[in-house]
Design a protein. Structure first.
Ligand code: SF4
Ligand code: SF4
Ligand code: SF4
Length: 263
């Protein structure tokens, strides 16, 4: 009888331990999943990649783009990287994209997940300089140039020097006799290659590339640049699509209403 109750007790303890291991494992998995979600939100894809959701559907994880990259920029995500397993990505602080003019990674992709069409503008031939892998963002508080120290490392390294990054001259108010040369990134030109991030001299890069959806804001459709004719055309088009029966003139009058603007 005593032996029987000992056996039962042992089983209960064993089950409790199994439960604890399961919960522990679950905790780890859950922790990994949180990490996975946050890291994959910031993943940078090769040139010509479709938008992330479509890219994930299209990519067959063959690794041909990774093999084609002569700079070892691209890696295939592995279990534990926090990025969809087997998909290509790059980390500019380690190895940036060198913007190969012949676009070997994009050209070799068999699935259309990387598409040369995404690198061509106005039906011209594809050009690597049209890449939009992300957008470089400057953290002014840790950028030496914004402190007033001469740096320019990112500016000098940028393959689109003077276009994607320019230097803005500003008087150093603190010393009163020196100038600050402040790097400014131009979002319409920046390719997201990350050469600037790689070149940044501070410990944790003060300029870094973020995916476009993380680096950019979005203006609602009802704001219009009244000085830009094409923007007025855009709102006219949107109003028409939204409700063909509505009076466009009155919609624009409403949006330009002084009382509304001053609210
Ligand atoms: S453009 Fe060149 S360096 Fe950049 S990812 Fe493609 S193959 Fe690699
Ligand atoms: S070549 Fe295309 S399909 Fe293959 S891993 Fe690269 S992106 Fe995915
Ligand atoms: S990511 Fe940096 S180096 Fe590359 S184009 Fe943009 S500003 Fe220049």
């Amino acid at each position: 009888m005593k032996e029987e109750s000992m056996a039962t007790r042992r089983k209960v303890i064993q089950r409790m331990l199994e439960g604890a291991v399961f919960l522990g494992g679950g905790g780890l998995l859950w922790g990994n999943s949180i990490k996975t979600n946050s890291k994959s939100d910031y993943v940078l894809r090769p040139p010509g990649a479709l938008k992330e959701r479509s890219f994930l559907k299209a990519c067959i994880k063959c690794g041909q783009c990774v093999e084609a990259c002569p700079y070892d920029t691209l890696k295939l995500a592995q279990a534990g990287d926090g990025i969809a397993n087997g998909t290509p990505y790059f980390e500019p602080r380690t190895i940036p994209c060198q913007l190969c003019p012949d676009m070997p990674c994009t050209a070799v992709c068999p699935s259309g997940a990387l598409d040369l069409k995404n690198l061509s503008e106005e039906e011209k031939p594809a050009d690597i300089m049209n890449s939009k892998m992300g957008l470089a963002v400057i953290h002014k508080e840790s950028c030496l140039a914004y402190w007033g120290i001469r740096c320019e490392a990112c500016y000098r390294a940028c393959p689109l020097i003077g276009e994607a990054i320019t230097l803005n001259y500003e008087i150093n108010e603190r010393t009163g006799k020196h100038a600050k040369l402040l790097p400014i990134v131009h979002s319409d030109v920046c390719t997201g290659c990350g050469v600037c991030e790689h070149a940044c001299v501070v410990e944790k890069a003060a300029v870094f590339v973020l995916p476009l959806n993380k680096a950019t804001g979005e203006v609602a459709d009802h704001y219009i640049k009244s000085w830009d004719k094409s923007d007025e055309d855009r709102i006219n088009e949107n109003v028409k699509v939204a409700d063909d029966d509505k009076d466009i003139e009155s919609a624009i009058d409403y949006l330009n209403d002084d009382d509304l603007i001053n609210e």
